[in-house]
Design a protein around this ligand. Sequence first.
Ligand SMILES: Nc1nc2c(ncn2[C@@H]2O[C@H](COP(=O)(O)OP(=O)(O)OP(=O)(O)O)[C@@H](O)[C@H]2O)c(=O)[nH]1
Ligand SMILES: [Mg+2]
Length: 420
Amino acid sequence: MESTETPVITIGLNVNHPNFNYSMTELNELVVANHMESIATVVQKLDHPDAGTYFGKGKIEELADLIRSTEADTIVANDELSPSQIRNIEAATKATVMDRTGLILEIFANRAHTKEAQLQVQLAKLRYQLPRLRTSSSQRLDQQSAGGGLANRGAGETQLELNRRTIEHQISHVRHELKELDRSYATQSQRRKENRVKTVALVGYTNAGKSTIMNQLVQRFGANEDKQVFVKDMLFATLDTSVRKLELPGHKQFLLSDTVGFVSELPHQLVEAFKSTLKEAATADLLIQVVDYSDQNQELMMQTTQQTLQEIGVPDLPMITAFNKADRTESRFPDRAGENLIMSALDHASIDELATMITDQLFADYVQKTYLFPFQAGDLVSRFNQEFDVQSTDYQADGTKLTVSLPQEEAARYQKYEIE
Ligand SMILES: Nc1nc2c(ncn2[C@@H]2O[C@H](COP(=O)(O)OP(=O)(O)OP(=O)(O)O)[C@@H](O)[C@H]2O)c(=O)[nH]1
Ligand SMILES: [Mg+2]
């Protein structure tokens, strides 16, 4: 495994950004997530990027030397570069240049499993390629095959036009396929609404522990299946939304979905593309924002999460914030304060506390009632036992007395049996 990792050089420009060091650390993690390894990092402090070459001239020469003297022949930049910056750095260093956006798109392309995720990533990649058609020599689209000389310019442009049209055609094709999928999704989602099954979505920064929490909840409260989702200490372990049905004590059922994690400067092409995957979050009754409490950049991660939720159009929904991985800190856990929970996904008491918080939020409209069902209405007794949280049963001379907790809306339908 180790030996198959491609060596690269990571570069970053510090334009006095307070989170610069963190973003470079994250870039190196993104590199690892793409089966590459950063063997050297070059950073420069400038007021603003050089329009032509991103770095200044001297640094570009330093880079060229590094490429010559090491086994790396790829440079990964911490920012999104313009097509001409990519072209110029490539020309000066003889290396292949990938920018942060291209890198994230690459990771997503390699990880997407479901049809929908694959189509979305494909769409994002096509959109990224379109304005870069003329320049990037590393792309499979061989748009420069007509040669670079002036004499060939006409032919080259025709080729470029052709490639552009091909991509535009592919884009509309992929969009069409996505729309078809979306239609079947809408029916599913509609059906859930009709059944009034409540939904909860796990959201948050990549690697915060969303999938781990999902698995722990499924293990303890899984309604019918106990399929585990994929967990890994790696950025973007999850790319596809998975939904599991859970049942909390008292027949309180809901659907829990695990979604793709966010990252700062998530390419806007991807934000757009993942809107529909994240629809699970947009239509949820409750969000659980998972935060890596052991990470000193948690503030930044929470900001990014908020920002991304806004960008993809998730409305202001009720939210529980789960400060996870507290086992790696000095803090006591589980520790609940309002809608915040300091917890560890590896701790049973934390998972139980989280479940309690979900119950409180999601089933706040539940009321406790006592009914007397006459013997003719016996089928109601069995129905209540199946669907609701029956707390006590008392067989009396004139019928069966049940104390039960159920949604307000349901309770209204059985008012005539209500006693006390
Ligand atoms: N120590 C500790 N590790 C945890 C905890 N929760 C998750 N992890 C670890 O953190 C890593 C990431 O966990 P995931 O559940 O895959 O994170 P995620 O939020 O689903 O990540 P993405 O799918 O990439 O967005 C894994 O190695 C987990 O084992 C926790 O409470 N404590
Ligand atoms: Mg995950």
